[in-house]
Ligand binder design. Sequence first.
Ligand SMILES: [Zn+2]
Length: 602
Amino acid sequence: MHVNRAAKLTAVPGGLSPQALALACCGMLVASQVFAADWPAESKNWFERGPGGGLSILLVVLWWLWIPLWAGCSSWVAKDMGRWNLSATVWPMAMTFPFFLAAVIAWWIPSAIAGLAIMGVAWAVPTFTYVFVRNGRAPNHEKVLTPGHILDCAADALRPMGIKIKRPPKEVKDSLPEVQLADADGTPMMANSEDEAQAAQDAAGLLSIAIAARSMKLMVERNAATATVRQLVDGVWSTPRKPAAQGVFASKKDEEWENVPAPTPKAAAGAVAALERVCRIDVQGKKSRRQGKCVALSDGKKIPLSLEVASSDALERAVVSLQLPIKPLTTITELGVSEKVAEKLQTLLSYDRGLIVLAAAASNGLPTTFDVVVNAADRMVRDFASLEDAHDPPIEIQNVKRCTWDAAGGISPLDALTQAMRSYPQGIVTRDLSDPELAKRLVEMAASDQLVIVSVPATDAIDAVAQLLKLGVSREALSHAVVGVLAGRLLRRLCPRCREAFATPPDLAAKLRVPVERVPQLWRASPIGCRLCRGLGYASRTGIFELAGGENFSKAILKGDRKLLSQAAVKDGMRPLGVAALDMVLAGETSLEERQRVLQKS
Ligand SMILES: [Zn+2]
């Protein structure tokens, strides 16, 4: 872990700049000398003041040497204090004013040596007090001025001169976020008894591990005899992991992660009860299905949680969904679409007419793909209308007019389309197309003179065609309308820090039809893991995509079965999902196991 070091001059928050103060301080002193009635003669004695208060050059130089030392320390304190939640008023004041006063006194008191000593004390007392206080709050590896830290600094300083000091490996503690349960408004939960406090702590502990691992869901299941905890990370359920050796890693070699032991049924029941309490779920009624909302306060951030509990006499299952902040994707290539496919898709989006279908299986990022692709269309120049269910409106896309249907209120999707057409849009978009009448009408319009973008839950591009045909769309209309079908899946990326290389087995290379010389080694997930992936072996996700569309594909829709359609799409230049995934394997970005897992999902 990187350790903060002193001596970089930056501004102190709140307008107190050490440089400015140092300048003001010196300026005042120089001015006071210049305007003094008699300019004191320079002292010939090195350590005593001369007649009229004059100083020797040595003493003046020593006085000036205190200034950068003090300025550097104040600046470091200003930067450092925020990390340990120390007062932003007290510490800058303590660092500045005693020293300022001492500097003025030092210039004027009879003994110059005493003056310099006073400056030293005014610098040292606040600085070391600060170090003492902040070290009390910092973990071991971030403490400063400890023997280890001083050795580190010395080694860093000597290295450029070619001198190497051997240092023991740094111990890095695994730090989990501190989690506190709070109700939906964010008010922290108060425990009424020791048991309740323990239960809340157990629940917070599970959430802490889940949050650190970027889990979207946490599941606690128990019967009378056993309990299990699982978490959903990047679309895969797994057992929570923890560092094997008390969470302290002396070196990369020592880093070993293992499954967190399952809680006892009693502890699991307590943790779920604590969550139900904070969600204000009425457990008296003992409904078999209960749900509620609360918040996890994690290192000062509010993470909304929703809890669903299903229980029978023998079994209780609680699922917590965590709304972790995610970085929104904005461009097509950020989704994982290759440059070539992105270029082709961008061309399709500029057409005046035609049907663009976006497809993905459930929880494979279809809403995100849809938003990003519609955003990439030139909706600022052309008018787009979005057809949406009034009861399930998605996130609004800028400059796209919304027209809603409301089944309960007697407004059908076709009515919404009619309403949209009144403003003569140049593009129509709708998600999760499932209404047969709307599907038929949109495809007809796309075949004649309208650009239509729809999303369809489907496993791949060929399946998307099958899904549209299932909705009753005619083959002829679809064949005329389709300009492109973009289908994608989410694939986990190997942790770049702990992935393991292995020699490519020749028979595997033959099966994959790649020469062994080209890919001498492949990579797999480490079973041990590291702190980057939190013991999981995979550290992030990306999309893989296939784009079907072209003359052969359109012709094949007229008569084609799955195999024929697939061949036609490849003839038109589609790189199927399997090939896209294989590229990732060969590049060491993912494992063969992950490729297989993702491709099986159909
Ligand atoms: Zn790792």
